[in-house]
Ligand binder design. Structure first.
Ligand code: SF4
Ligand code: SF4
Length: 201
């Protein structure tokens, strides 16, 4: 490591002509830099109307593929700062969503919530702009819709219908089996009366 060299002798005092030459030289150096930048293309962008390209592996604000999420909570359990919360109701295989939030006051963009997802449906995107003077803005809702979609309602109705049909078939089968057993019992010949047993003397 280079140590600071302190000159033993004081530096010679610059002359008047020396100062003039140094001033002229530094002016030309400065003008050269100005000229070089004057000819180069500008790098200023009009943010937020324009934005610089983001790296593909940038870890920005989350986005969720809601339609394939199964509500297993693996992402929420993996989060080291507990900033993911979700609420939903199950209707068989369908989920009725109420809430899926990330609290960006706590989130540190570590991506640990992404790896355990069995459906690969939660991601960190390239969006980074989140500016606000109020706290609620930092509690971001990742759901694109809440409740049930029309397709889900149709699927639930079909599943319920199928369930009812299967239950009715099962009940009918059980009733038929019971009736057959009763008929079999009615058709069977009556057992002959048992011979009287000898009483012990
Ligand atoms: S990026 Fe990290 S801190 Fe943020 S929600 Fe995911 S696991 Fe939690
Ligand atoms: S881990 Fe994936 S599938 Fe499970 S709740 Fe989170 S986002 Fe949904």
């Amino acid at each position: 490591m280079a140590s600071l060299q302190i000159p033993k002798e004081p530096l010679p005092k610059p002359t008047w002509w020396g100062n003039v030459c140094a001033g002229v030289k530094s002016t030309w150096v400065g003008l050269g830099i100005t000229w070089r930048n004057f000819r180069s293309t500008p790098v200023t962008i009009q943010y937020p109307d324009e934005a610089l390209p983001i790296d593909a592996r940038y870890r920005g604000i989350h986005f969720l593929e809601q339609d394939i999420c199964i509500g297993c909570q693996a992402c929420a359990k993996a989060c080291p700062v507990d900033c993911i919360e979700m609420e939903y109701d199950r209707h068989g295989k369908e989920l009725e969503w109420f809430k899926f939030t990330v609290d960006y006051e706590k989130c540190m963009f570590c991506e640990l919530c992404v790896y355990p997802c069995p459906k690969d449906c939660i991601h960190l995107g390239s969006d980074y702009s989140m500016v606000s003077e109020t706290k609620p803005m930092f509690l971001k809702e990742l759901l694109s819709y809440t409740g049930l979609t029309e397709e889900q309602k149709v699927r639930i109705a079909k599943a319920d219908e199928l369930k009812k049909k299967k239950a009715a078939e099962k009940a009918a089968k059980k009733a038929a089996e019971k009736a057959a057993k009763e008929a079999e019992e009615a058709a069977a010949p009556e057992a002959p009366p048992e011979p009287p047993t000898k009483e012990k003397e």
